[in-house]
Design a protein around this ligand. Structure first.
Ligand code: ANZ
Ligand code: ZN
Length: 880
């Protein structure tokens, strides 16, 4: 055995060895129980960062652990390789997205391999591969046939300089990030998935996800945003037949509705605008069309609007109330129109104050205590938004808000002016992108037949290799005549292909199922494989995907179920969202972010800029290139080895928490592995004769310290097992291994004593214990630090790989504490509890009880008739 721990020598060797033996290939055809462990696949951006490493290592520990627990484990990897970054880079420097993506995949794959991840590389997929995206197209057509895909127009960011649609992240404060020209909101025809059809099920099934973090579940619940309310028609003054339909969740406040507000994009705006208001309204509508939805509706945004010049009639009070348009009403929620109740809605209140509109209180707080205190308008400094008791509401006055909502809805129904409805905040999923590096949408526009899907047997519609990628003007595919011009699949006449490509969230909505049969040509995957492997048991990834990706792939799973492709309702049983890896960033007022090299004494409390001597602002921020606070996993692996990188990313914090980068902690992990190495170096030859020893260990004759070590070994096995499986607390599992190693000092001492001659029986038992410690330590270590584990396993003279061995079992008896609590009763009443040695005999227990002061008090002046000992539980003394 090499006297020194050399990770750089042993790691590549074992990686090759595992690979040659196909150690991580799933599906050995054995009838074993299955376990699918998945991490969110990466966008291959060239370099892994520590955040990736953390997610993949967390998944890897679980995959390795479940293999050792005897499961057939599927642990695949692939590339989310279509999308905007490669296209933007192409616009910048002219390198074709395909070429760049292929290079990046190569380099990320190499980096992953050097981490020793136990992946089944035979199932690798890349979404930019036609053999993958043809199935996106297949799904699209199947979903079109089911009415789950439709064409619509929707508002998009339109750059007035580039003459193209922009993604939200390309718009900064209403300006195009690239050309600095204003961005406006424009109606653009696009394709959408009807995810809202599944809104109810997506919401209800959140109840089944009891192994998902509560935070993610509630974010999804809010995102779907089910809202029960009432639709009401407000007739328009002087135009009896026309009306505005509003949606409200507070029908109880209808007597306080003093004006109506429409979204600027509402279809009735033009018709309702009086000529004297026309120029103001048009200017406002134009102004609003420039502002993105999120900015417009931010709760802090100033409320702005204009009057249309028209009036509506409040159908409950009969009053004429003005019709306005305003920024805070959205066109695509509810009916795009609201009845405004300024006394009870904060936005309406702010708006009414701003424009001098009437405020009327119609809800009073629930009376509490004796004095009835009425709210008056002069008391209001903001809206009273809680439920309460109706006030100034004709025959409904005195009802509670909840009762009134029902009564008012019923009355509206009777009068034929409205009724109860359910609305969702969830929108249909717009998937059209006017981009190149995506899946072509497999549709054809024919002047005669209209929209015609590409026949399934003609798939894939290939992405043409050459297209002008400029980021301006029409979609890149529209500029490729060989692509655009085609024949109508229905009538054969000249037609045009759709030139939009799909949102890449389509790719990630079903990739987990493609891993099951990556080469399958007749279907996206086989039903029998789906039945064998799904649902994914554990899914590891960043919490930033809480809504979009994690909602879309739940939706897709339900669609696949309805198509008969899978039988599960949900894709993932257990979700683990890992925290960020953060590092100290240093920021100088005049020189911006500084790397550690640009900081004078980074450890001091007032670090200075080496350039100008200014004191730097120090912060913990997510590691990133731009903040110069990152550590490249590659350089870390080079310095310390993959096993240390793995240990550190698990040891520094529990998986859900952020991890702070810390050089000393990294060195600490490295040191731990070195100390294990030294411990093995010292003892591995001594245990040569015990390779078959499988316990149990006979403790008799061993010193108390060794017995304690034996116990501690079993307790460590129990703890590491529970920490991994139940709680994912890898950090405390590793800490337990470190503690076990510390406890092994007694073995060193004991063995040193052998030189002076020792009882052979005791020597043998000690060496058996030594062997048990060495063997189990390797096995417990192997999911975390697999390379060094296999090297040590080999040095112990054991055959096979550590990762192939059964996970260690503990002896429940040996894990128990050495003392136990017993209750002491006197004549059937508990009078004391005592701690007794687990092995204590009945006589010893009796003696201990009789000496106990509390017990003695009850025995005073009495004689003991009988003592009954129920082992491990209680002692009853019968006195007379
Ligand atoms: C009158 C009212 C009185 C309201 C009151 C609230 C409090 P959720 O829970 O999100 O569904 N609303 C309806 N459509 C809207 C739109 N397109 N844009 C902006 N706001 C809209 O919210 C429903 C409430 O949001 C509705 O109830 C409506 O204001 C407003 F004391 O109607 B309410
Ligand atoms: Zn046609």
């Amino acid at each position: 055995m090499d006297p020194k721990y050399h990770p750089r020598l042993i790691e590549p060797k074992w990686q090759k060895c595992w690979n040659d033996h196909g150690l991580f290939d799933a599906d050995h055809g054995k009838a074993r129980e299955r376990h699918y462990v998945l991490e969110m696949f990466p966008y291959p951006s060239g370099n892994l960062h520590m955040g990736h490493v953390r997610a993949y290592v967390i998944g890897d520990v679980l995959a390795r652990y479940y293999r050792m627990q005897g499961f057939d484990v599927l642990h695949p990897m692939g590339w989310d390789s279509l999308g905007l970054p490669a296209e933007n880079a192409a616009i910048r420097d002219g390198i074709h997205p395909k070429q760049r993506t292929e290079q990046n995949i190569k380099s990320v794959r190499r980096q992953m391999k050097s981490l020793g991840l136990s992946l089944d590389w035979s199932r690798e997929i890349a979404t930019c591969d036609p053999s993958y995206y043809r199935w996106n197209q297949w799904f699209f057509i199947k979903m079109y046939e089911r009415g789950l895909v439709y064409r619509r127009t929707s508002l998009a960011n339109w750059c007035t300089g580039c003459l193209t649609v922009l993604a939200n992240e390309q718009v900064v404060d209403g300006i195009c990030e690239r050309c600095n020209k204003p961005v406006v909101q424009r109606q653009i025809p696009d394709w959408a998935f009807r995810i809202t059809r599944y809104a109810d099920e997506l919401l209800d099934d959140l109840g089944k996800l009891n192994l998902w973090p509560e935070r993610i579940v509630s974010m999804q619940r809010n995102w779907i945003g089910r809202s029960e309310g009432v639709e009401l028609r407000f007739p328009i003054k002087d135009n009896g037949s026309d009306h505005i339909e509003i949606f409200t969740t507070r029908a109880d406040t209808v007597y306080g509705a003093t004006y109506v507000v429409l979204a600027p994009e509402h279809a009735m705006v033009a018709k309702l605008t009086r000529s004297e208001q026309k120029s103001r309204v048009e200017a406002f509508v134009a102004e609003m069309s420039k502002i993105e939805r999120a900015r417009r509706t931010d709760a802090g945004a100033k409320k702005e609007g204009v009057w249309t010049g028209s009036y509506a009639i409040n159908p409950f009070t009969g009053e004429e109330i003005p019709i306005w348009i305003a920024n805070f009403v959205l066109a695509d929620y509810g009916t795009g129109a609201v009845m405004s109740v300024p006394a009870h809605d904060q936005r309406d209140y702010e708006f009414a104050k701003q424009y001098g509109l009437p405020i009327r209180i119609v809800i009073q707080p629930q009376p509490s205590g004796e004095v009835e205190k009425h709210l008056a308008c002069s008391d209001l400094s903001q809206a009273f938004t809680e439920d309460g008791v109706l006030y100034q509401s004709e025959k409904h006055t005195g009802l509670s808000s909840a009762q009134a909502r029902i009564q008012i809805a019923k009355q509206a129904e009777r009068q034929g002016i409205g009724g109860i409805t359910i609305r969702y905040h969830l929108r249909d999923w717009g998937i059209s992108r006017q981009r190149y590096w995506g899946t072509p949408i497999p549709m054809v526009h024919c002047e005669v037949c209209g929209i015609v899907p590409v026949p399934i047997e003609s798939l894939p519609v290939l992405l043409p290799e050459q297209a002008p990628i400029t980021g301006t003007g029409e979609a890149p595919l529209a500029k490729v005549p060989e692509f655009v011009n085609t024949d109508c699949p229905k009538c054969g006449k000249k037609a045009r292909r759709e030139t939009d490509t799909m949102d890449t969230f389509v790719d990630s909505s079903w990739y987990f199922a493609r891993y099951l049969d990556p080469g399958e040509e007749d279907l996206p995957f086989k039903r029998e494989s789906a039945d064998r492997w799904l649902p994914v048991k554990i899914y590891v990834g960043g919490p930033e995907h809480a809504v979009m990706h994690l909602l879309y792939f739940r939706f897709w799973t339900k669609v696949m179920r309805d198509m008969g492709l899978v039988s599960v309702d949900e894709p993932v049983e257990r979700l683990l969202t890992q925290g960020m890896v953060v590092g100290e960033s240093f920021w100088c007022e005049s020189h911006g972010y500084r790397s550690r090299d640009g900081v004078d004494d980074p450890e001091s409390s007032e670090p200075k800029c080496t350039e100008c001597g200014r004191t730097l602002r120090v912060r913990l921020e997510k590691m990133s290139k731009s903040k110069l606070n990152g550590v490249a996993p590659e350089s870390m692996c080079e310095q310390y080895g993959a096993d240390t990188a793995r240990l550190f990313s698990l040891f520094a914090a529990p998986p859900e928490k952020d991890v702070e980068w810390n050089d000393r902690a990294v060195a600490g992990c490295y040191n731990f592995l070195r100390r294990i190495w030294v411990f093995f170096l010292r003892h591995h030859q001594r245990v040569e004769g015990y390779r078959d020893f499988a316990g149990p260990l006979d403790e008799s004759g061993l010193s108390l310290e060794l017995i304690a070590l034996h116990r501690s070994l079993h307790r460590t096995i129990a703890k590491v097992t529970a920490d991994i499986e139940k709680e994912f607390q890898f950090n405390t599992a590793i800490a337990a291994l470190m503690e076990l190693l510390n406890g092994c000092k007694v073995l060193d001492d004991e063995v040193d004593g052998f030189a002076e001659g020792v009882d052979p029986d005791r020597k043998q038992k000690t060496e058996q214990l030594l062997f048990m410690v060495l063997k189990n330590m390797v096995l417990l270590l192997s999911p975390f630090a697999p390379h060094v584990a296999d090297e040590l396993w080999k040095n112990l003279g054991m055959s096979g790989f550590a990762g192939e061995q059964p996970w260690p079992k503990f002896d429940p008896q040996a894990t128990q504490e050495d003392t136990i609590q017993m209750a002491v009763q006197v004549n059937g009443k508990v009078r004391a509890t005592i701690d007794v040695q687990r092995e204590a005999s009945e006589d010893e227990i009796r003696a201990q009880v009789e000496k106990n002061e509390k017990v003695q008090k009850w025995l005073e002046g009495k004689s003991i008739r009988r003592v009954i000992v129920v082992p491990g539980r209680l002692v009853n003394i019968v006195v007379g």
